[in-house]
Every structure is written in structure tokens, then in C-alpha cells.
Design a protein around this ligand. Structure first.
Ligand SMILES: NC(=O)c1ccc[n+]([C@@H]2O[C@H](COP(=O)([O-])OP(=O)(O)OC[C@H]3O[C@@H](n4cnc5c(N)ncnc54)[C@H](OP(=O)(O)O)[C@@H]3O)[C@@H](O)[C@H]2O)c1
Length: 434
């Protein structure tokens, strides 16, 4: 019993890695009791890992390599899942909820893929499933979307929610280096995983925007309905061209209902230099939410890292410790939200074509675009490579429909005078700040 007489709640950790170690330290330091007097004390009772020989900030007597020592242990009231990945995390979360234990997790993949079923399981069992740390590390995003903003109809969420890709793009912008060089450096510095696929191909951002979109738009968001494109093909030439035209390239995750329907997309985009998002650099994350009552909101901070992420995990734990009897009441899902396909997306496009350096080429290109009613906003003919007899043409279009633009790109590729469509990037539309 605590001084206030509240029964201590037993916490079982699944995973004592980067985040789990910081959470264990926060629990063992008694930080939650000190900060929230009167709530139920939180007591770390078991911590599960794979390798018992590694050094951990947890007394040896609390360590186990057997997940059932948490999942089947009546002394554990709250399971904190910090193993990551789809399995065995999903099965462990489901087992904990079914056994009547609250669950706190930072696992975006398990939630993006199985959130619907896990949230329903929590409700059926009268327990809570909290996952603030799954998106944006230490930035409170899930909490505001699940409670403070409930009165709003959310119009859009636009975010930079993958620190690794933002770090890589920032360094490519600042230093003019290639993607491969910066990636190798980021791996050496520990900012990128040995297998960078989840980050650089946009899967991590896709999982996170799926979680946010589900909450914000009260719609189940299947991963295969999300348009996803990563940053591997970004060339330093495009970054410097974009800069000359007044833009910065960022990997954006966007969920927006423009009145025609909800479109969820992850892709690199040209962001106008005058909007704040263009200046969110390095490993920082940002999430811009627009609600009909609250207007635009801006949440920026550390999207990863042991302490920042532990802050979100501890916040969820303290929420349970304050009121363990209260239940997750998910915002009801609306089956009526119309969905939009990426083909229906409308934006300006930046494209770089490598063409034969000869007269009449631009007219041919303009003809293809014109036939599809795509008009050109500006053209930059870059330096020609006289040795190879080719030149770069960089075009910015007026707003066009994705389907038309993709069809035009296929036709341009077939032109004899076009050697290669080297890049096609979307320009993100922001309201005119003036
Ligand atoms: N790192 C961040 O900055 C960050 C930020 C936001 C969210 N997250 C999320 O937080 C979660 C944890 O990430 P992390 O970076 O802390 O991962 P990590 O450093 O790789 O730690 C994973 C931990 O889980 C244990 N583990 C993995 N599989 C297991 C299994 N089958 N049985 C028992 N234990 C197992 C590992 O044990 P061993 O140590 O014995 O191998 C390790 O202690 C992930 O969902 C991640 O997406 C991380």
C-alpha cells in the first residue's frame, strides 16, 4: 500500500532495449508517484528479454526470458510491450488484454496492422490499450486526438513522422551529398537501422499515419489503401533544383478529407520554403492537425530516442495509475467516410526530364502535357551535357490530376527525344500565407 493507501499496480515489461531501458529506469526511480501523488503506485515486477546475459538497468531478480512470466502472472496489472515488430508483439498484446491486463505499447506496426481487433479486445475485456509512444515518440499526438480534440471534425493531418528520412533529406539539402552516402553515415551514427527499408521506403511513416488517420477520421484505414513512396530515388540535383524554385523536399505523411473523400498518402514532396514545415530539420518530427473548431495545430518535438519515447510510455502508465477502473472508449468508427484513390489527387508536379539536346524537344513535351490538359507553370532548361548530347529539362506544372500526370509521364517516356523521366515529385499545397 502507498502512503495514500492506493494498491500498487504491477507492471510487466516485454522488452528492455532502447525504450524499455528508459522506461524501466523511470519506473524504478519512482518518478510516477513523485509526479502524481495520490495515484496508484506503479511497481516494476517482471521484465522480459531474449538474452539474459546482456547488461540491463533492471535488478537481475526481475529479469526473465519467458513472456508467460508476465502474461500469465496475476501480480501483473499492466503489460508494457516494447519488443517492436508484428510478432510476437501482436499475440502478446492480445493475450494480455484477454487476461484482463491493461496494455501500453509503442508498437506502430502491430497497431497499424491489427489496431481494430486489439482495440475491440480491450473494450470487450474492460481494460485499456494505450499507445501514445507509437507515433511521434515523445510528442503528444494520440492523447489530443483521442480526447482533447473530440469535438472537432478533423480536416487534415500533415506530418513529418520519420526522423531517419528527415535527417537524411536535411543532410542531403545542406551538404549536397547523395542518398547512399548520407544513409551510410546515418547508419554509422546510429540514426538509421542496418536494414533501413522500414524508414527509407516509407513503411514506418505509413504505419504511423494509419494510426492517426483511424483516430482522426473515425475510419478503419487499411494499409493497402495508403499510397506509399519512399526517398531512395531522391537525387541531390532535384534537391538543388527545388531549392532554386523556393522549395525544400520532405517525406510527408498526409491524411486529408478534402470534401470528396479521405486520401492517406506518404511520399516525398516539395514544401514551400516559407511554410514552417520546410524548416523542421534533422530527426525532429512535426504533426499539423486541422480541426473545424480548433483550426490548425502544430505539435513538434523529438519523434524518437529513449527518454522522449519513455516520456510517452510513462504518460500512458500514469493515466492508468490515476484511474485503473476507467476503460478505453474508442471514438466510434464511421463507416460512411468516402475514400479517394491516389489517382484523384490534385497537385502541382515537378519533373526532370533528360532529353536529346536538339531543337523542338520542348514543344514535343509541351504537346504531350497539353493533350492531357496539363499546363506548364515554369520551365528550367539546365546545362546540357554536350559530350552525351543530352540536357536536363525541369518542369513545374500547374495543378493536375495524378492519373493524368502519370499517363503523361508514360507518354513522355515513349518520346524518342526523351531519354529518361529522371524524377517526378509532388508539390504540397499550402494555403497562401498572405
Ligand atoms: N527507439 C526509439 O527511439 C523508438 C521511438 C518510438 C517508438 N519506438 C518503438 O518502441 C518499441 C521498442 O523499440 P526499441 O528501439 O526499444 O527496440 P530494441 O532496442 O530493439 O529493444 C527490443 C527489446 O525487446 C526484446 N525482445 C525482442 N523480441 C523479443 C521476444 N521475442 N521475446 C522477448 N523479448 C524480445 C529485446 O530483447 P534483447 O535485448 O534480449 O534482444 C529488447 O530488449 C518498438 O515498437 C519501436 O517501434 C522506438
Amino acid at each position: 500500500m502507498s502512503e495514500s493507501g492506493s494498491r500498487a499496480l504491477g507492471v510487466g515489461l516485454l522488452g528492455v532495449g532502447v525504450v524499455g531501458s528508459a522506461v524501466a529506469e523511470a519506473l524504478l526511480s519512482g518518478r510516477s508517484q513523485a509526479n502524481v501523488p495520490g495515484s496508484h503506485p506503479l511497481e516494476l515486477r517482471v521484465a522480459v528479454v531474449r538474452d539474459l546475459t546482456k547488461e540491463r538497468p533492471v535488478p537481475a531478480g526481475l529479469l526473465s526470458d519467458d513472456a508467460s512470466s508476465v502474461l500469465s502472472n496475476p501480480a501483473i496489472d499492466i503489460v508494457v510491450e516494447l519488443m517492436g515488430g508484428e510478432e510476437p508483439a501482436r499475440t502478446s498484446i492480445a493475450a494480455a488484454l484477454s487476461a484482463g491486463k491493461h496494455v501500453v505499447t509503442a508498437n506502430k506496426e502491430a497497431l497499424a496492422k491489427h489496431g481494430g481487433e486489439l482495440i475491440a479486445l480491450a473494450e470487450q475485456n474492460g481494460v485499456r490499450l494505450l499507445y501514445e509512444a507509437s507515433v511521434g515518440g515523445g510528442i503528444p499526438i494520440i492523447g489530443p486526438l483521442s480526447s482533447d480534440l473530440l469535438a472537432n471534425e478533423v480536416k487534415s493531418i500533415r506530418a513529418i513522422i520519420n526522423g531517419t528520412t528527415n535527417y537524411i533529406l536535411t543532410r542531403m539539402s545542406n551538404e549536397g551529398d547523395t542518398f547512399d552516402d548520407v544513409l551510410a553515415d546515418a547508419q554509422a551514427l546510429g540514426y538509421a537501422e542496418a536494414d533501413p527499408t522500414a524508414d527509407v521506403d516509407g513503411y514506418d511513416a505509413m504505419y504511423k499515419i494509419a494510426i492517426l488517420a483511424r483516430l482522426a477520421f473515425r475510419a478503419p484505414v487499411e494499409l493497402d489503401s495508403i499510397y506509399r513512396e519512399g526517398i531512395r530515388s531522391i537525387d541531390p540535383v532535384d534537391i538543388s533544383n527545388a531549392a532554386r524554385m523556393g522549395f525544400t523536399i520532405k517525406l510527408l505523411a498526409v491524411a486529408r478529407d478534402d470534401g470528396r473523400g479521405l486520401l492517406v498518402r506518404v511520399h516525398p514532396a516539395l514544401v514551400p520554403n516559407e511554410v514552417p514545415m520546410a524548416k523542421v530539420d534533422g530527426v525532429l518530427n512535426v504533426c499539423e492537425i486541422e480541426g473545424d473548431l480548433v483550426g490548425p495545430l502544430w505539435l513538434q518535438g523529438r519523434g524518437a530516442g529513449a527518454e522522449a519515447t519513455a516520456s510517452a510510455v510513462m504518460g500512458d502508465l500514469i493515466r492508468i495509475a490515476r484511474a485503473p477502473g476507467s476503460q478505453t472508449r474508442p471514438r466510434g468508427l464511421s463507416a460512411t467516410t468516402e475514400r479517394l484513390a491516389m489517382d484523384d489527387h490534385v497537385c502541382q508536379y515537378y519533373t526532370r526530364l533528360v532529353v536529346q539536346d536538339q531543337p523542338g524537344v520542348l514543344a514535343g513535351v509541351a504537346g504531350v502535357l497539353g493533350n492531357r490538359r496539363i499546363s506548364i507553370d515554369s520551365v528550367i532548361q539546365m546545362d546540357s551535357d554536350s559530350g552525351r548530347g543530352v540536357a536536363d529539362i525541369v518542369l513545374m506544372t500547374h495543378p493536375a490530376r495524378e492519373q493524368e500526370m502519370q499517363a503523361a509521364i508514360t507518354e513522355l517516356t515513349a518520346l524518342e527525344s526523351v531519354v529518361e523521366v529522371a524524377s517526378l515529385l509532388r508539390v504540397e499545397d499550402y494555403p497562401d500565407p498572405s
